[in-house]
Design a binder for this molecule. Structure first.
Ligand code: AMP
Length: 283
């Protein structure tokens, strides 16, 4: 049977566990998550293990990155199965603070990001989001002092924001981005996929399929503007309410007008029923 990882729920317990790890001169990789773990998260854990001797996974559903109308209270919480999965992966330490530990009474600080955080993508539809993410990830980096932190390319703008923040604030952590893990039909794995009805689940892979089709069109010499307009129409016609479907520079997230200005990243966000999905691919 897999050894149960150490679970820390208070800062003193976290620091005791980390001190033991550091005493052995082990390098530490951190994988920040909100739990409800799936194969995407576990892939990050495996990549973390390849890079460092010890792996810390944080599980914290971060209230400051949800707007009042969003799904903080109903976000899936699956502690027991998460623990079993992380034990199977032989994770060393789970950091699972409660909200009061992360944000004690009187907490009054927020990290404010620019650059990739104001690229007019997720930030337009979730203006509170990156401030909340940067604040909690900044705290996680300070609490755990990892050598490496592993994030998914699934949340592409978030990966850029966190990378920029770690660099700008001299946090001394190398941020690594891992390609998106998908279901067999192309749907990007997400903790929120459990919200989808069977009919919505059937339609959901349209996002990935459409991005792939547009990428092919471009590579075959097609016009970017035309490809994007056709892609947006295909997504809407499938039953989505589209927030954005954009072609951006993969490094800067700046808008881009042709393949030659690349490398291009397609980024999409759309609602099916009440569930908002995001995805992206490199072109
Ligand atoms: P979350 O628990 O959804 O906040 O995600 C925690 C981390 O897992 C983030 O770095 C995500 O980008 C990453 N992640 C989520 N879904 C996937 C996926 N399908 N493939 C790769 N990484 C993912």
């Amino acid at each position: 049977m897999a050894r149960t990882p150490v679970v820390a729920r208070t800062l003193p317990a976290l620091h005791r566990a980390l001190d033991k790890i550091r005493a052995r001169n082990a390098r530490v990789a951190l994988v920040p998550t909100m739990g409800a773990l799936h194969e995407g998260h576990l892939t990050l854990v495996r990549q973390a293990k390849r890079r460092c001797e010890k792996v810390v996974v944080s599980i914290f559903v971060n209230p400051t990155q949800f707007a009042p109308h969003e799904d903080f209270s109903t976000y899936p919480r699956t502690w027991k199965t998460d623990l079993a999965k992380l034990a199977d992966e032989k994770v060393d330490l789970i950091w699972n603070p409660d909200v009061k530990t992360m944000y004690p009474d009187g907490f009054a600080t927020r990290i404010s990001c620019e650059g990739p955080a104001i690229a007019d993508l997720e930030d337009r539809y979730r203006p509170h989001f990156f401030g909340g993410v940067a604040t909690v990830v900044g705290k996680l980096f300070i609490q755990c002092k990892p050598d490496v932190a592993v994030f998914g390319q699934k949340d592409f703008q978030q990966l850029r924001v966190v990378t920029q923040m770690a660099r700008d604030l001299d946090l001394g952590v190398k941020v690594v981005g891992i390609p998106t893990v998908r279901e067999r039909d192309g749907l990007a794995m997400s903790s929120r996929n459990v919200y989808l009805s069977p009919e919505e689940r059937r339609i959901a892979p349209t996002l990935y399929r459409t991005m792939k089709d547009c990428a092919r069109q471009l590579r075959d010499g097609g016009d970017l503007k035309t490809a994007m307009a056709e892609g947006a129409a295909a997504i809407s016609n499938a039953g989505f309410a589209l927030d954005y479907f954009e072609a951006r520079h993969a490094d800067t997230l700046a808008p881009i007008a042709s393949l030659s200005e690349g490398p291009i990243r397609f980024l999409v966000a759309a609602k099916i029923g009440t569930t908002r999905l995001i995805d992206n691919i490199g072109v």
